[in-house]
Structures are given as structure tokens and as C-alpha cells.
Design a binder for this molecule. Structure first.
Ligand code: ASP
Length: 349
């Protein structure tokens, strides 16, 4: 790891956590293996065209993103924090399966971030002829290094760069396990599109107030669960979960604009959990649109029982927001209030 190395050339740090993108085919065995990022230029010679200083850091061992954990989010926060002053931007290579969770978590853990942190990956390994990995990697590096005429970063946010789009990290969802466009962001336009030129949506991009210091957080509290409602969901299952000792936050994935069956047992379970200090956040199972609990009686009953609106947050964002806010040691009232407010662009106020 490097600290305080200044030069005129833009400096990008590339962190490889694992996933398909870092794989090449072993010509002897024909099997896919992880390549050594010290030899990155050998495998992606196009990177020589950049006039950037690119340094790499590789997880040892690299992980399939299904094995991602809050402790590894903390490790990413530590790497970025240690190298924050020495680099203009960071690219994280990550498996696609849980990339939306990592991007969401990092957006809350890197408070007042003033530099780009761009996650990317690929559907085909970088060592395969038709790979999408090279384009995603090259776009991500360019976006991480991009600055305006005053040398200010163009996108000082945690983002996901995939399939020619740059998305806000806490708005994405993996929507396709097969196509190159693996991600989408249903409730927020892409922050940039990488066509012949890179087209930025300047009005959408968030810039922290220069007076606010970069404040990294490394603690997550995993006393959180997400429950998807469906017709026929059993009362005893819900009651058991809601009464679970030690549980602090429940993300309730409701129907439509935030509706749930009108059942006394459900209202009682919510009221009881709320009295115990648990926070229940309502998000919709619909991909587009937001929770509006005042719209129907079936939603209003939840509001009255103490449920908090998660508005148009994704499940990835709602879960990691609860984990990271509890991890900061905030009080129940503070977490309740913040869950309905945008703190990193994760919901539409
Ligand atoms: N299972 C892999 C992972 O998420 C898939 C990928 O790399 O896209 O790590």
C-alpha cells in the first residue's frame, strides 16, 4: 500500500476482490484461474494507453462475491482510507452477484467521500475473447480518473460501472444473470453513459460540501433481516422473527405502494417489535416506484403500527443502510429518522 506519492499524472488504485473479471484460461489445463494483478498490463495491454499511474491491490485469496462479508467491506474501507490522499480515484473489481450490496454498504461507510470509488466486474472472464471485462475495466478506470478543468473529480461517489453505464452504487440491482447489461437502477437515471464520449448527468451527481471531512466507518451491525411478504405467509413465522432477541432492524418487502395484508396478528407483531425498539422499514417488492403508506388502508395500518417508510430504496440499500447506521452506534430514534432521509442519494426525498 502507498501513501503520499504525488505526481502530475492521475493516480488510480485498482483493488481486486475476486469474481469472474479476474479470470484467465490456463492454456495447459484449459481451466479458468485467477490471474496475478501484478501482471495486469500483460493481460490488458490496452491499459498502457492511459497516461495514469495505476497501482493494484489484490485480496488474498480472491473471493466469489457470494462470500462477501461486512468484515470485507471494512477491509475495503481501510484500504481506501489508507490510500485516500495518494490516489485520485479507486476501482474495485468485484463479482457481480453481491456487487449491489457492497456498493450500497460502501456508499454509507465512506461518509463525505470526495473521490470516485467505482465498482466493476464482468459476465465473462477477462481472458475470454468476447469478454465484457476489458471494456468495463477501461471505462471504470477512466471514470475513476476523470476530472474537470479545476482538477476536481467528475463523479465523487461510490458507483457501479457496467455495460456502458455508470450507476449510483446504492441504487443498483443485479437484474440479469446472462446478458452483458447485468445491472440496472430502476429509480435513478445513470450518472453517466460511456458512448463515443462520456456523457455525464451533472445535475444528478452528488458532491460533498468541501467543509465536511471525509469520515470512514468500519463497523456494521448484522442484527438485521429482510422479509418478503407473500399471500399465505404464516403468522407464527413472522411472529418468531419479529420477537427474535437481539434483532434490531427488519426490512419488510411489501406489495405495491407499501401494502400488507390486513391481519391483526401482523399489526400486533409490528407494534410489539416497535415497542421493543426494533425498526421496521417498508420497501416495495416492485422494481420501480416508492412506498406511500397513506395511499391505501392496507398501507396506513403499517404506518400507524410504527413502520418507517424506506421510500424507493432497493433491498440492498435498505439492509446495508440499517447495518451501517447501527454500526455507527446511533440511537434507535436517529436510525429511524435517517432511514426515511437520503444520506448518500439512496432514496428520492
Ligand atoms: N459468482 C461470481 C461472483 O459474484 C459471478 C461474477 O463474478 O460475476 O463472484
Amino acid at each position: 500500500m502507498e501513501k503520499k506519492l504525488y505526481s502530475i499524472r492521475r493516480r488510480v488504485m485498482l483493488i481486486y476482490t475476486g469474481g469472474t473479471i479476474g479470470m484467465i484460461r490456463n492454456p495447459q489445463t484449459d481451466a479458468l484461474t485467477t490471474f496475478n494483478f501484478d501482471h495486469l498490463q500483460k493481460h490488458v495491454p490496452e491499459l498502457r494507453e492511459f497516461d495514469y499511474v495505476i497501482r493494484t491491490y489484490q485480496f488474498d485469496p480472491p473471493i466469489d462475491s457470494s462470500d462477501m462479508q461486512p468484515t470485507l467491506w471494512a477491509k475495503l474501507v481501510e484500504i481506501i482510507t489508507y490510500n485516500y490522499d495518494a490516489f485520485d480515484g479507486f476501482v474495485i473489481l468485484h463479482g457481480t452477484d453481491t456487487m449491489a450490496y457492497t456498493a450500497s454498504a460502501l456508499s454509507f461507510m465512506l461518509e463525505n467521500l470526495a473521490k470516485p470509488v467505482i465498482l466493476t466486474g464482468s459476465q465473462l472472464p477477462i481472458g475470454v475473447l468476447r469478454t465484457d471485462g476489458k471494456e468495463n475495466l477501461i471505462n471504470a478506470i477512466e471514470l475513476a480518473a476523470a476530472c474537470d478543468e479545476h482538477k476536481r473529480p467528475r463523479v465523487p461517489e461510490v458507483c457501479v460501472c457496467f455495460g456502458q453505464k455508470l450507476y449510483r452504487g446504492n441504487r443498483v440491482t443485479k437484474c440479469n444473470a446472462e446478458h452483458f447489461n447485468a445491472f440496472t437502477s430502476y429509480n435513478c437515471q445513470p450518472l453517466a453513459v460511456t458512448g463515443i464520449n462520456i456523457r455525464y448527468e451533472h445535475d444528478l451527481i452528488r458532491h460533498p460540501l468541501p467543509t465536511l471531512p471525509f469520515t470512514p466507518h468500519t463497523h456494521c451491525d448484522d442484527a438485521v433481516i429482510a422479509i418478503t411478504l407473500f399471500p399465505g405467509l404464516r403468522s407464527d413465522v413472522v411472529e418468531q422473527v419479529f420477537r427474535m432477541p437481539g434483532l434490531k432492524g427488519i426490512v419488510l418487502r411489501t406489495f405495491g405502494s407499501g401494502n400488507a395484508p390486513r391481519r391483526d396478528w401482523l399489526v400486533r407483531a409490528i407494534e410489539h417489535a416497535t415497542r421493543e425498539g426494533k425498526i421496521i422499514v417498508n420497501i416495495t417488492q416492485c422494481q420501480r416506484g416508492a412506498v406511500e403508506m397513506g395511499l391505501y388502508e392496507t398501507g396506513h395500518q403499517l404506518l400507524q403500527a410504527g413502520v418507517v417508510s424506506g421510500k424507493d430504496m432497493t433491498v440492498e440499500s435498505a439492509v446495508t443502510k440499517l447495518m451501517t447506521l447501527f454500526g455507527r452506534g446511533l440511537s434507535t430514534d436517529e436510525v429511524r429518522t435517517l432511514m426515511s432521509q437520503s444520506i448518500a442519494g439512496e432514496l428520492t426525498d
